[in-house]
Design a protein around this ligand. Sequence first.
Ligand code: MF3
Ligand code: CO
Ligand code: CO
Length: 254
Amino acid sequence: MIFIKSKREIELMRKTCALARDALLFVGEYVTPGVTTEKLNQLCHDYITERGAIPSPLNYHGFPKSICTSLNEVICHGIPSEKHIVRDGDILNIDVTTCLDGFHGDTNMTFIVGEVAPEVRKLVEVTYECLKEGIHQVRPGARIGNIGAVILKLASENNYSVVEEYCGHGIGRAFHEEPQVLHYGKRNTGVVLKEGMTFTIEPMINMGEKHCELQKDKWTVLTSDRSLSAQFEHTILVTGDGYEVLTLRPGEVI
Ligand code: MF3
Ligand code: CO
Ligand code: CO
């Protein structure tokens, strides 16, 4: 069941998505060498709750924290911890999801900490381009497979791999709802997009192989070959003639 959001529901999606975006930008200011991922979690938790919302990850299927913090070879779902200190040369993905007035907004970005090697910067830049190219495929009447097809093409051209086990998702009253948004696949396959659908696109791109491994904590997903992994995520609305990026940042052009 894919929900088509009403005008009123879209207005609520805009609000929660703006909050998720603002929370991500707020916490991003604290991403500097020496900060722990637990500190980032606390800052973001307070930012969200002080604005009358709930951090969606907290207690979601037992997830113990309010944001996901995924460092270097961690693909996604990293658990904030006092033990994880951010260091110069790291890449850190912070994934923020808010629930405001019953609707979820979901966005993430990979931060570069201090100075990183040129090949690491390139991984992060290409991953962001993968998200943008995926978003450019969104319009009513297009098939959802077009999104994954362009992401896979761009990643492959750069000798990177696309994670297959985790995908984008419909979002609204539920954190994760239909449809699934694969980051690989074929053009002109899958669900036909319709005005009023809301979903995320959130490609996870690895410098090495695509395979993942789940850590003993049952949450942290890392690359099997321990190569670096980057990710960017936006929540998207299908409009009458294309898309609206509900989590768009000020000055960001997509
Ligand atoms: N925010 C993640 C996503 O983009 C999901 C995190 S689930 C959690 O879908 F439980 F790990 F928080
Ligand atoms: Co998501
Ligand atoms: Co997310």
